[in-house]
Design a binder for this molecule. Structure first.
Ligand code: HAM
Length: 410
């Protein structure tokens, strides 16, 4: 038997209906926040991702040569494609440009719970603005999306990669080794970061101070204790806007590093602790990419919710979804009314109702059982003697009550 490729999934109708439902809930949130939808190709020139996505993304890239010998990659994320599309076709539009997207991304990772090779992101980008308001707006939109899914158990951690990058540069780490150090700090692998820093020649005092900085975690008040200068002031301002927007369940964590290389300032992550190892359900921050793709340097802020992980977190919280079903299921009682029954189901559909009909000539008991499984709200039982009187039998599938109603009323 041929299975779907490792790390990918089929979404059968029950699952897909649920996913579409929550996708619509997220769509509703971003539309209410003034974002407009954008779609880019699923594959791009590999260079788009190689330019600035960082070593993690590179080793996970699904890249191949096409028949024209071009280096192509399936998109591992959608920020770079969206910024490319901005440079190609939107760079003269009034700023800020607020766009959102939903679609699959591909990373050649080792599959495990919550980590797939094909997964879905619901993300948003605010292009062309670099203010605390921009960052607050992005974080508030992400928080509203997580809330709209009904999730209660999650944490939003806000940091500033600019502070870390500056500190790493100040203690003498050359540019080409910054990503390597950040990667270790991201995973809090201090034992692995220390020898790298020692080899570069950083003093023990500076190493300890760098680690201490990444351990600056807590409420907004920690911004007062760490010597952060302008960045601290900036984050304080972001937090004060978030307060006004009712986003108060946040934590400052200067150890938020992010796995991608393009971030420049504020960075944030949301995690659902119930998910264990793969608990990050959203990640984002401010960045600049457009200059790499041939455009002017433009600052932006964005984020992406890991749709699959968010749904897993909802399951862990016991948030259920019941199949919607249909309004009517039409059951002809006998062969001689079969054609009329098709006329009835067509009228129901034309009137905007969702309606289905028995097409297998099942007996009443089995047909009702099938209708209950859909589930159908009502069964419309079409019999010959009733039709002669101009009526059909309407069965309430919840209560089991039946009554005859004129066809015209139906
Ligand atoms: P990211 O943190 O790499 O950021 O991915 C965003 C989210 O996608 C993660 O928080 C996670 O929930 C989900 N995710 C990542 N990899 C997998 C996987 N293998 N399986 C399932 N879910 C996964 C970005 O991609 C940035 N483009 C976000 C952004 C937008 N930054 C600025 N604008």
């Amino acid at each position: 038997m041929i299975q779907c490729p490792r790390g990918t999934r089929d979404f059968l109708p029950d699952e897909l209906e649920k996913r579409r439902h929550y996708e619509a809930a997220l769509r509703d949130v971003v539309l209410r926040h003034g974002f407009r939808e954008i779609e880019t190709p699923i594959f791009e020139e590999a260079e788009l991702f190689i330019l600035r996505s960082g070593p993690n993304v590179l080793k996970e890239l699904y890249a191949f040569k096409d028949k024209g010998d071009r280096d192509i990659a399936l998109r591992p994320e959608m920020t770079a494609p969206v910024v490319r599309a901005f440079v190609n076709g939107m760079s003269n539009d009034p700023k800020p440009i607020k766009v959102f997207y939903f679609g699959q991304c591909f990373r050649y990772e080792r599959p495990q719970a919550g980590r797939y090779r094909e997964f879905f992101q619901f993300g948003a980008e605010i292009i062309g603005s670099a203010t605390p308001e921009t960052d607050a707006e992005a974080i508030a939109t992400a928080a509203a999306m997580i809330k709209a899914l009904g999730l209660n158990e999650y944490r939003v951690r806000i940091g500033h990669i600019g502070v870390l990058r500056q500190r790493i540069a100040d203690i003498g780490v050359p540019k080409e080794r910054t990503a390597e150090v950040l990667q270790k700090l991201d995973k809090k692998l201090y034992d692995e970061a220390r020898p790298i820093l020692e080899e570069i020649g950083v003093s023990q005092g500076d190493i300890d101070a760098l680690f201490a900085l990444t351990e600056t975690v807590g409420g907004p008040e920690v911004l007062d204790s760490a010597p952060l200068g302008e960045a601290g002031e900036y984050l304080r301002e972001v937090v004060s806007y978030l307060n006004v927007m009712g986003v108060t369940d946040i934590e400052i964590d200067l150890g938020v590093v992010r796995g991608l290389d393009y971030y420049t300032g504020m960075v944030f992550e949301a995690e659902a602790p119930a998910l264990g190892a793969e608990k990050q359900i959203c990640g984002g921050g401010s960045y600049s990419l457009s200059e790499l793709f041939g455009g002017e340097k433009v600052f932006s802020t964005g984020f992406a919710v890991g749709f699959d992980r968010a749904l897993l977190a909802m399951e862990k919280e016991g948030i259920g979804y019941a199949r919607k079903g249909i309004d009517y299921y039409v059951i002809p009682v006998s062969e001689d009314v079969r054609k009329q029954a098709f006329g009835i189901v067509t009228k129901l559909r034309d009137a905007g109702k969702s309606a289905d009909i028995d097409i297998m000539g099942r007996k009443m008991g089995k047909a009702l059982k099938y209708a209950a499984g859909i589930p159908a709200r009502y069964a419309v039982i079409v019999g010959a003697s009733e039709l002669e009187k101009g009526v059909v039998t309407l069965r309430d599938m919840e209560s089991g009550d039946q009554k005859e109603i004129p066809l015209a009323d139906l």
